[in-house]
Design a protein around this ligand. Structure first.
Ligand SMILES: C[S@@+](CC[C@H](N)C(=O)[O-])C[C@H]1O[C@@H](n2cnc3c(N)ncnc32)[C@H](O)[C@@H]1O
Length: 303
């Protein structure tokens, strides 16, 4: 190369570097404007970082309240009694998604051949066992999971991790006839309306989403006075709203809530059946998020 005169290769390299810098700049501006549009509350980043630490925790570091090993009988005891019947009515080509599956024990139990006395047998209908997908942010698979998956072969059971529900592209996971969430994303997400929308988008018409949520204003109004709410909903005027009343505003679904006022914390058992395809969940804005097991959250209903 002659001094003072750039070669074609030098110019191409400089152009490539410039393009990369422009892309980084545009992405930064894009992220910032997305954030400011969401008007994320202050300190939220610190709380999210603390929450990430809980997800990443291992061994002795796992907080005692962060339970990731509930089995199938825990699921049938915690979810609406219809969960078992729904699962039993499906066939071997149908699909079950467990969002926030922890180590996937519920699916393992359901598939365990020797588990003949347990609820898993009662909930398996004549059509055979459904194909099951366990979703978790962090990988909590055990040796038992690996062995069971290998012995079943194919894609009877799958464990997907490394992403939140919202990070899966539309169509990436396919459709499901039944979806569960036991103290998973429904209790942990910072975007409750977006989470429910995406969950219902993954359901086939006729399919049902079974979940529960603790320490909330109950639909039957029987929560004790001075209850401290872990997930709090307010309307635009700051008045307390109920999770189930909000869900019942959703288009194309049939919502059933079973209020458990006698439990240690007021808990709502929720089942949402999709009855047509144009599901539209009323939006909410995040007002507060405090890391925990589950986190404390406050949302404001949008018009
Ligand atoms: C307390 S554990 C519950 C595990 C299991 N359901 C049980 O009862 O043992 C919470 C689970 O929810 C998952 N989770 C939380 N938020 C999520 C989200 N937005 N998308 C997918 N998984 C989520 C976590 O990664 C974890 O697997």
């Amino acid at each position: 190369m002659v001094a003072g005169k750039a070669s074609v290769k030098d110019l191409q390299t400089a152009r490539a570097v410039l393009m990369v810098l422009i892309i980084i700049l545009l992405q930064t501006v894009g992220l910032e404007s997305a954030r400011s549009q969401q008007s994320v509350p202050p300190q939220i980043d610190d709380e999210m970082a603390k929450q990430e630490k809980i997800y990443r925790s291992r061994g002795d570091e796992v907080p005692s309240g962060y339970v990731t090993y509930r089995g199938f009988s825990d699921y049938t005891g915690l979810l609406s009694p219809n969960f078992c019947n729904s699962l039993g009515s499906l066939g071997s080509s149908d699909r079950w998604l467990d969002i926030g599956a922890g180590n996937g024990q519920a699916i393992l139990d359901y598939y365990a051949a020797q588990d003949s006395s347990a609820a898993s047998k009662t909930c398996s209908g004549a059509g055979g066992k459904v194909r099951a997908v366990a979703m978790s942010i962090e990988d909590r698979r055990t040796d038992a999971w690996q062995q069971q998956a290998a012995s079943l072969g194919g894609d009877r059971i799958r464990y997907i991790f490394g992403k939140r529900l919202r990070q899966y592209a539309p169509g990436e996971l396919g459709k499901f006839q039944i979806i569960t969430d036991v103290y998973g994303g429904f209790s942990y997400t910072d975007d409750l309306s977006g989470f429910v929308q995406r969950t219902l988008d993954l359901l086939d018409v006729g399919g049902t989403f079974y979940t529960l949520i603790q320490s909330v204003r109950l639909e039957n109004g029987k929560d004790k006075p001075n209850t401290w709410y872990l997930t709090e909903l307010v309307d635009g005027a700051g008045n307390g709203a109920r999770v189930c009343s909000w869900l019942k505003e959703t288009a194309c679904v049939n919502v059933v809530c079973d209020s458990k006022s006698e439990w240690d914390t007021p808990t709502e058992l929720i089942s949402i059946r999709k009855v047509c395809s144009d599901v539209s969940v009323p939006r909410m804005k995040l007002l507060k998020y405090e890391a925990g097991n589950p986190p404390g959250r406050k949302f404001e209903l949008q018009e």
